[in-house]
Design a protein around this ligand. Structure first.
Ligand SMILES: Cc1cc2nc3c(=O)[nH]c(=O)nc-3n(C[C@H](O)[C@H](O)[C@H](O)COP(=O)(O)OP(=O)(O)OC[C@H]3O[C@@H](n4cnc5c(N)ncnc54)[C@H](O)[C@@H]3O)c2cc1C
Length: 405
């Protein structure tokens, strides 16, 4: 029997979580000849859920292996450059893309989810909603998942793609640390305002007087924007939405008063279209990615801070790598340890880099002034795109090769 079909080792997989990593893992497993079923806690699909994000060239390459890169290009706006601006809109620094690579794509999480969900249906992958995993039982030849509604399911392995508050992570290691609240609430939306001289291939990160503000201009007119509000108390997205969009928008307008072009973008923003993802989290290092027949993928294992622009891209990379290992290694134990050895170094480096950036972003006014003064020099001298992003964005998984080769 061929190792390349997955028949010798793992034949069936239970994928817990129907966000981004779950569908990506199920599609990669299908490509590897392993039958996967997805179990999502929420009663309906994730249509319309979540904020805006970037898919980087490495994420697009992993999505190509799942056969959805064309569809993802259609929903994304190509971003060739990142511009760092001061409170008055003055340019502090510019980063171009890595030479020879396609641009990153700005999109809504809901649109990426819709592409993956359509592909799951085309491939005939079973997705069950209203299935919140609460427990697992391992047997010598498989694993049983138990759900809150009293039902259960069986497979050769169970994959936790259940996000930053993963139940599977705790079942693997009851002592695993949980996600830490950053004290910032993530907000975003659309505005009718198009700043003068807007470039449609640029993502702007503006260093406001009191807080940071991000935006990009839409070719059809208007902008998509994102920012944070400080809130020490942890808020789920549902709790955060108990405060109306108009009230959050008022707080943002106050926070960005006098900042250009943030103040005008917010003035013309529609409160009915405000996207509120609730408190943002930082995930401490996850020591155990697998145990027995259980393994983690995506944010459950490695959730870089949103400022990395890499969370979804890394989730899809890990999904593909896990499927390759399950395809070619003879048993779950060797597949999981090879998967971890191929992924851990890379994701932890990216997480550490994002934390350093966050420290710079949350610097006090004096440090921010200094940054504004030295950034253009720094960009000219040592912050070259290839050096900064090359190893992250050029990464490719060699699907056809044996992972241990
Ligand atoms: C504000 C913000 C900005 C971001 N910006 C970027 C960016 O620019 N670029 C980027 O690449 N990434 C970005 N990210 C990160 C990106 O959104 C995540 O890394 C990515 O969505 C990870 O997907 P996931 O499937 O692992 O987790 P999730 O998308 O959280 O999905 C987990 C799923 O599991 C389900 N679930 C949970 N518990 C259970 C259970 N017990 N049983 C069954 N199902 C369960 C959940 O309901 C959910 O559907 C950002 C994140 C935030 C919050």
């Amino acid at each position: 029997m061929s190792a390349a079909t997955g028949i010798r080792g793992t034949r069936t997989a239970l994928v817990i979580g129907g966000g981004i990593a779950g569908p990506a893992t199920a599609l990669a497993l299908r490509k590897a000849g392993i039958e996967a079923s997805v179990f999502e806690a929420y009663p309906t699909t994730a249509e319309g859920v979540g904020g805006a994000f970037m898919i980087a060239p490495n994420g697009l390459a992993a999505l190509r292996l799942l056969g959805v890169d064309e569809q993802v290009r259609e929903i994304g706006q190509p971003i060739q450059q990142m511009l760092i601006d001061g409170p008055n809109g003055k340019r502090i620094a510019r980063f171009g893309g890595v030479p020879g690579l396609p641009p990153g794509l700005a999109m809504w999480r809901a649109d990426l989810y819709a592409v993956l969900e359509r592909r799951l249906r085309e491939e005939g992958v079973a997705v069950a909603y209203g299935k919140r995993l609460v427990d697992v039982e391992e047997h010598p030849d498989g694993v049983t998942a138990h759900f809150a509604d009293g039902t259960s399911a069986q497979g050769d392995v169970l994959i936790g793609a259940d996000g930053i508050r993963s139940a599977v992570r705790t079942l693997i290691d009851p002592a695993a640390p949980g996600a830490r609240n950053t004290g910032l609430v993530g907000l975003g939306g659309h505005s009718a305002h198009t700043p003068d001289g807007a470039q449609y291939d640029a993502m702007h990160f503006a260093n406001g007087r009191r807080a940071f503000f991000g935006w990009w201009a839409l070719p059809g007119g208007g902008t998509t924007w994102f920012s944070n509000i400080t809130r020490a108390r942890e808020l789920t997205a549902a709790q955060a939405r108990e405060t109306s969009g108009a009230q959050w928008l008022d707080l943002l307008r106050e926070q960005h008063a006098g900042d250009r072009p943030a103040a005008e973008i917010l003035r013309q923003a529609d409160p009915a279209q405000l996207v509120n993802v609730g408190s943002l989290h930082i995930m401490p290092k996850v020591t155990h990615w697998h145990r027995g027949r259980l393994v983690l993928v995506g944010d459950a294992a490695h959730a870089p801070s949103p400022s990395s622009g890499q969370g979804a891209s890394l989730a899809v990379e890990s999904a593909v790598e896990l499927a390759r290992c399950l395809r070619d290694l003879p048993d779950p134990a060797s597949a999981f340890s090879t998967y971890e050895s191929l992924r851990r170094g890379r994701v932890e480096k990216i997480i550490a880099q994002a934390e350093r950036n966050n420290n710079e972003k949350s610097a006090g006014p004096a440090a921010r002034m200094l940054m504004r003064a030295v950034a253009p020099i720094a960009v000219r001298t040592f912050l070259k795109p290839e050096k900064m992003f090359g190893p992250v964005h050029r990464y490719r998984i060699e699907w056809e090769r044996h992972p241990a080769a």
